[in-house]
Design a protein around this ligand. Structure first.
Ligand SMILES: [Zn+2]
Length: 198
């Protein structure tokens, strides 16, 4: 039976899109309701306000579901996994200078990491996506499709199958924690099967 792990940033300093870029992006490719990419993105790239993002291997971009990653960490997945599971793009700082150490990412498979406390679920009025918030014990429900090894949990969170972990050398990823995510038969948040969002 496959096991899954949650990789999540511990930084309290997410990045922020440059204001005008954010407004344009919401008209073009980010949902104006929830900030998730509307569709497959050709030529993903972002302009952020920070010229030095927090030194966390994974991070989120405020007001969007986009993730930011340190290039020398996320590339440990290897080219095959990266191209199969991620859309990766360039990151530019406030003065338009490319931040070479960073990439923006969107997972090709999305997942909701479920919780037990302060659980809230609503549907985005613009795109209909399930927007979930929950803390406490984290778990997956239902089991992800067996052929999917990497999922995007939004805002820099990744859910990774156990067999991919060793080459990642997570001990070298700054400000990232890794916890096992059980797959439960019955969700603990009283909600239904949300698998339509995968
Ligand atoms: Zn939306």
């Amino acid at each position: 039976m496959r096991e899954y792990y949650l990789l999540y940033p511990t930084t309290m300093n997410p990045c922020t899109l440059e204001r005008r870029f954010y407004e344009e992006a919401r008209k073009a490719w980010l949902c104006p309701g929830c900030g998730s990419p509307r569709c497959h993105i050709q030529g993903l790239e972002v302009l952020i306000q920070e010229d030095k993002p927090d030194n966390a291997a994974l991070n989120g971009i405020t007001g969007t579901s986009l993730g930011l990653a340190k290039k020398n960490c996320i590339t440990r997945f290897g080219d095959k996994i990266l191209s199969k599971y991620f859309e990766l793009g360039k990151v530019y700082g406030p003065n338009g200078v490319m931040l070479e150490e960073w990439v923006v990412f969107v997972g090709k498979h999305q997942v909701i990491v479920r919780g037990t406390e302060h659980v809230k679920l609503r549907q985005c009025p613009a795109c209909g996506r399930n927007i979930y918030f929950g803390v406490g014990q984290r778990y997956l429900y239902p089991a992800p499709p067996q052929d999917v090894l990497v999922m995007d949990g939004s805002n820099g969170l990744l859910v990774v199958a156990d067999e991919l972990l060793p080459p990642l050398e997570l001990c070298t990823w700054p400000k990232v924690k890794c916890v096992k995510l059980p797959v439960l038969d019955v969700p603990l948040d009283g909600l239904v099967d949300l698998k339509s969002v995968y």
